[in-house]
Write a protein that binds this ligand. Sequence first.
Ligand SMILES: *[C@@H]1O[C@H](CO)[C@@H](O)[C@H](O)[C@H]1NC(C)=O
Ligand SMILES: *[C@@H]1O[C@H](CO)[C@@H](O)[C@H](O)[C@H]1NC(C)=O
Ligand SMILES: *[C@@H]1O[C@H](CO)[C@@H](O)[C@H](O)[C@H]1NC(C)=O
Ligand SMILES: *[C@@H]1O[C@H](CO)[C@@H](O)[C@H](O)[C@H]1NC(C)=O
Ligand SMILES: *[C@@H]1O[C@H](CO)[C@@H](O)[C@H](O)[C@H]1NC(C)=O
Ligand SMILES: *[C@@H]1O[C@H](CO)[C@@H](O)[C@H](O)[C@H]1NC(C)=O
Ligand SMILES: *[C@@H]1O[C@H](CO)[C@@H](O)[C@H](O)[C@H]1NC(C)=O
Ligand SMILES: *[C@@H]1O[C@H](CO)[C@@H](O)[C@H](O)[C@H]1NC(C)=O
Length: 468
Amino acid sequence: MKVLVLSIVLCCVSAGAFLVQTQPLHQSTPGQQSLQILTKTLLSLTNHSAVVEEICRVYPTLIIPHPGECQLYYNCSLTYTSVPAHLEQHMVECNYPDLFSEKTNQCENFTDVCCGARTEFKDKCSYRHGNQNGYCHFKSCIGDPDGMVQIFNFHNFKICFKERLVGEGHCKIWFELPYNGKCTSRLDIPISKGGLMPSCNGKTDGIYRFDHSSALQYAMDYGDYFHIGRVCDAYYKCLGGNITVVKCENGTVFHIDSGTCKPGNSSLPNSCQLYCNPQKTNVHPFPVNVAECPYPLQFSETTGRCENFTEVTCGTRKEEKYICNYWESLFYNRHGGNCDTRNIRDCLYLPNGVHRDPRRSPSSFIRCYGNRLVEEGKCTIDSVWGTQTFIYNGTCTQRFAIPTSGADYGLLPSCSAKPDGNYQFRTRPCDAYYRCEGGRATSVKCPEHTLFDVTRRTCASNVACYRA
Ligand SMILES: *[C@@H]1O[C@H](CO)[C@@H](O)[C@H](O)[C@H]1NC(C)=O
Ligand SMILES: *[C@@H]1O[C@H](CO)[C@@H](O)[C@H](O)[C@H]1NC(C)=O
Ligand SMILES: *[C@@H]1O[C@H](CO)[C@@H](O)[C@H](O)[C@H]1NC(C)=O
Ligand SMILES: *[C@@H]1O[C@H](CO)[C@@H](O)[C@H](O)[C@H]1NC(C)=O
Ligand SMILES: *[C@@H]1O[C@H](CO)[C@@H](O)[C@H](O)[C@H]1NC(C)=O
Ligand SMILES: *[C@@H]1O[C@H](CO)[C@@H](O)[C@H](O)[C@H]1NC(C)=O
Ligand SMILES: *[C@@H]1O[C@H](CO)[C@@H](O)[C@H](O)[C@H]1NC(C)=O
Ligand SMILES: *[C@@H]1O[C@H](CO)[C@@H](O)[C@H](O)[C@H]1NC(C)=O
C-alpha cells in the first residue's frame, strides 16, 4: 500500500529534483529519508495539518521538511500545547536567514542549503516570524549589493549579504554617511550621493571653498540651520579635474587669502558679521567653526576680530544693519519668536539719536546709530521735578517741559495768546512755574526752599502756596 502511494506521488511531482537522487522505489519498508519524501509530497497535495498530525502519530520522532517553504519544517517530537498563530502544530521555522537542510535535517546557514523545489525566501518579512503581527518593519535587501547599504539617503544603513538582511545600524558620527560600504565623512561623498564633495569638472586648477550648497539640507538639525555648508573647516583643491578634499586640523580654519588652514579667525565672503573662528565648536545653528559677531558688531579683516561696525569696512561682504537679520536672532526666533513682532526695524529708517520706542510705553526709547539699534531703554524719573520722564525732542524729558499740545502726557501749557510773563502751573504745587516769552513756554523750577509767589510772579521764600 505504501509503495503504491509513493509511486503515484512520484508521478505527480517528478519535477522535484530531491526525489531523483533519493531512495530506490523498490525498497519495501521506507527508511527515514523516503518517509520524509513521501510525507513531504503528500503535504504538497493536501491539508498539511491533518496529514502532519496523522504522520506524527505514527512516527513521533520524524523530522519533515516543509514542502513549500525552505525555512520551515515539522518536528514530530515537538508538540505545541498552544500553536503559535503564525505556525501550525509541529511546525518550526529556522531563524532568519537560516534554511532547513534536508541533508543534515536541521537549520543551517543559508549558504549551505539547497532548497530544490522549496521556495527560498530572502526577505526577513517573508519569514513567518518576521511577519507574525501582520506587519513587518524589516528592510529588504533584494537587489542590494553585499555590505553596508544606505537607507533613505540618511545616516541609517542596513547590512546585506547575498540579498539577506544581516544587520542594521547608523553611522555614529552625524557627519558621516554609509558610503562605499563604510561610514564615510560627507566631505568624501559626492554631492549627488548626499555628501559634500563637489565636482572639479570644468573648474580651473586651484583652491576652493566649499559651496554654500544645500547638501546639508536634510541634516539641518545637526548644526547647519542656514545651509551655509562646510565653509570654515575644510577646503578642496582641483587639479586636472580631480578633487582633493582637505580637512583643517583642529585649531585652524580655512583662510582663502593664503589658500591654507591656519590658526586665527578668517572672514567669510558673503557676510560681514559671520566669520571663521577655530575656537568655535559646532553649536547650533552654525556648522563647526562658523561664528557670528554679536549685534551690532562686524568682523574686521584688518584686526581679525569682531569690532564696532563704525570701524569695519565690509567691502563686498553683505552688511546687516537690522538686529533681526543676525543669524543668532533669526534662529532663536524661528518659531515665530518676538524679534519681528517687536518690529525694531525702526532704526533702519531713523536718524542717529534717541527716539520713542513705538512698540512700548512713551517712557521707553531706542537709540539709533548708523541705522543700528544700539540701545533700548526706559526714561527714568527726573529727580529735580520728581516726575516720570518721557521721550520728547530726542531726549528723556520731564512732563512739565513737554507741551500739552505735543503729547497727551505733556503738562506744559501753551503760551499762545498769553502776554509774556511767569504763570502758575494748574497741575502742580507751587514749587515751579512756567514762563511765556514771545508765545514760547518754558518750565522753571523754583530754587530750594522757595515757592512761586502768585502775586509777585516769582519764586520767594516764606510764601504760602495757593491757587490764584
Ligand atoms: C486541516 O486540518 C486541520 C486539522 O485536522 C483542520 O483544523 C483544518 O480546518 C483543515 N483545514 C482545511 C483548509 O481543511
Ligand atoms: C525536535 O524537537 C525535540 C523536542 O523538542 C528537540 O529535542 C529536537 O532538537 C528538535 N529537532 C529539531 C531538528 O528541531
Ligand atoms: C554563513 O556562511 C557565509 C559564507 O560562507 C559566512 O560568511 C557567514 O559567516 C556564515 N554565517 C554564519 C552565521 O555562520
Ligand atoms: C586624475 O585622476 C585620474 C584617475 O584617478 C588619474 O588617472 C589622473 O592622472 C589624475 N590627474 C591628475 C592631474 O592628477
Ligand atoms: C580640538 O582642540 C580642543 C582644544 O584644544 C579640544 O578640546 C578638542 O577635543 C579637540 N578636538 C579634536 C577633534 O581633536
Ligand atoms: C577671533 O574673534 C573673536 C571675536 O572677536 C576674538 O575674541 C578672538 O580673540 C579672535 N581670535 C584671534 C586669534 O584674534
Ligand atoms: C561704536 O562707535 C561709535 C562711533 O564712534 C560710538 O559712538 C559707539 O559708542 C561705539 N560703540 C561701542 C560699543 O563701542
Ligand atoms: C529740541 O532740542 C533742541 C536741541 O536740544 C533745541 O534746540 C530745540 O529748541 C528743542 N525743541 C523743542 C521744541 O523743545
